[in-house]
Design a protein around this ligand. Structure first.
Ligand code: HGY
Ligand code: MN
Ligand code: MN
Length: 418
């Protein structure tokens, strides 16, 4: 059998393979939820690629997929290279899987050359980063980091299937999620390669960037409760229209974010109206609010202003308001020493180093609880992501592959000399 040499281009091709049936839960577009049939097919396939790259392969209690390539010092903490295998609804092929595939390519190259580092390398495909099936996000990497919310297992998806029931489909269970936690002191460093999902690298005509940090995130679920009624008979002054109130709240949220004139962003991405009939005044509206900024205080000032604005609107319109925090993620600084190593490795590929912030969230935000993290950004066409038009040039993936191997070698040299 002809073995294809490891490369970034092969990582791109594998991401494309995974974007089609049976690795998507939708025939007409890409959606791969955690613990779905498409997820099962995906970890089977990616597990084959990990094994072919010389790794031992296992699944932890959160059904994250973990490949391990031993080092020369069995007791040394491991370099973990990871990203996520789940996708958003109607997503692109590269957000998540590209970082996992590139990790496999780096190990495959070492294996082909018969090389070992002083430390093991583990490649982790996290099962849930997007939160596209269950309400909260990053359940896979949080399980590994040991930072799962206590009631995470009680959450249910839109069909009412709980995390526990979904795990049982894979031979695990909520009660054993704690066993996915990685023992402290066993991770030397975490490296995540990920598409930029923004326009900066393309605007600078660069293939790669070194991430300096990841923005703080606050995600809320807002419930506005009014009184449903007949659209034809309830006069305007007597209405307690939950959707009209929610609409003003959504506009107020956008106004507050725009007025901040900073890196602050706020998004209402999902809204559900009940009962949702054309001739019925809305009785209840639920919507999400996603607030992000590079610094927690900027994020929280906006959160406070948004809460005040929503309460004032609720009072003025005689509707009730309930706000639940879905997740609250502090900003994640990348490690200065690892950033320097990554910069050197990027420069060795022939392009200048370029540092930039990440407004998008990543599993590195969870993994930083276990040790120092570094992220490598890869240019994506038009900065488009969370969209079927997401595209990566195989040549840029080859540059990322070269930079990651340079990073691994530099980390190995540093570890040997320590
Ligand atoms: O929401 C995010 O930033 C990530 O894509 N999950
Ligand atoms: Mn994403
Ligand atoms: Mn992602």
């Amino acid at each position: 059998m002809v073995t294809v040499a490891a490369s970034g281009a092969r990582a791109v091709a594998r991401c494309l393979e995974l974007s089609r049936s049976p690795y998507s839960d939708r025939a007409d577009r890409l959606f791969r939820g955690w613990l779905t049939p498409a997820y099962r097919a995906t970890i089977d396939r990616v597990g084959e690629w990990m094994a072919a790259a010389g790794m031992t392969v296992r699944r932890d209690a959160a059904i994250n997929l973990i490949g391990r390539y031993e080092g020369t010092r069995p007791d040394a903490p491991a370099l973990v290279i990871g990203s996520h295998l789940d996708s958003v609804r109607d997503g692109g092929a590269y957000d998540g899987p590209l970082g996992v595939m590139l990790g496999i390519e780096c190990v495959a190259a070492l294996h082909a050359d018969g090389r070992r580092l002083p430390f093991a390398i583990e490649v982790i495909g996290f099962g849930d980063e997007e939160g596209s099936r269950f309400p909260a996000a990053m359940l896979g990497s949080r399980a590994v980091a040991g930072t799962l919310h206590p009631d995470a297992a009680d959450m249910a998806d839109a069909a009412g299937i709980s995390v526990d029931a979904a795990l049982r489909e894979f031979g695990s269970a909520a009660a054993t999620l704690a066993t996915a936690r990685r023992a402290p002191g066993t991770m030397l460093a975490y490296l995540e390669a990920h598409i930029e999902q923004g326009p900066v690298l393309e605007a600078d005509r660069l293939a790669l960037g070194t991430v300096t940090g990841i923005a703080a995130q606050l995600r809320l679920e807002v419930t506005v409760t009014g009184v449903a009624g007949h659209a034809g008979t309830v006069t305007m002054p007597l209405r307690r229209d939950a959707l009209a109130a929610a609409a003003r709240m959504v506009s107020a949220i956008e106004d507050i974010a725009c007025a901040a004139a900073s890196d602050l962003v706020a998004t209402v991405g999902r809204i559900e109206v009940a009962p949702g009939a054309a001739n019925v005044i809305a009785g209840e509206v639920r919507f999400t609010v996603d607030i992000r900024a590079g610094a927690t205080d900027r994020r929280d000032r906006a959160g406070t202003a948004i809460g005040q604005a929503m309460r004032a609107i609720a009072r003025a319109r005689s509707v009730t308001l309930a706000v639940a925090t879905i997740h609250d993620l502090p900003p994640c600084p990348c490690d200065p020493r690892l950033m320097d190593l990554l910069d050197d490795a990027v420069v060795a590929t022939g392009q200048p180093s370029r540092r930039l912030m990440s407004g998008a969230g990543h599993d590195a935000m969870a993994m930083v609880a276990l040790g120092p993290v570094a992220m490598l950004f890869i240019r994506c066409a038009g900065g488009i992501s969370h969209h079927p038009a997401e595209h990566v040039d195989p040549a840029d993936a080859d540059s990322a592959f070269a930079a990651m191997r340079g990073f691994i070698d530099r980390l190995g040299d540093e570890y040997r000399d320590a």
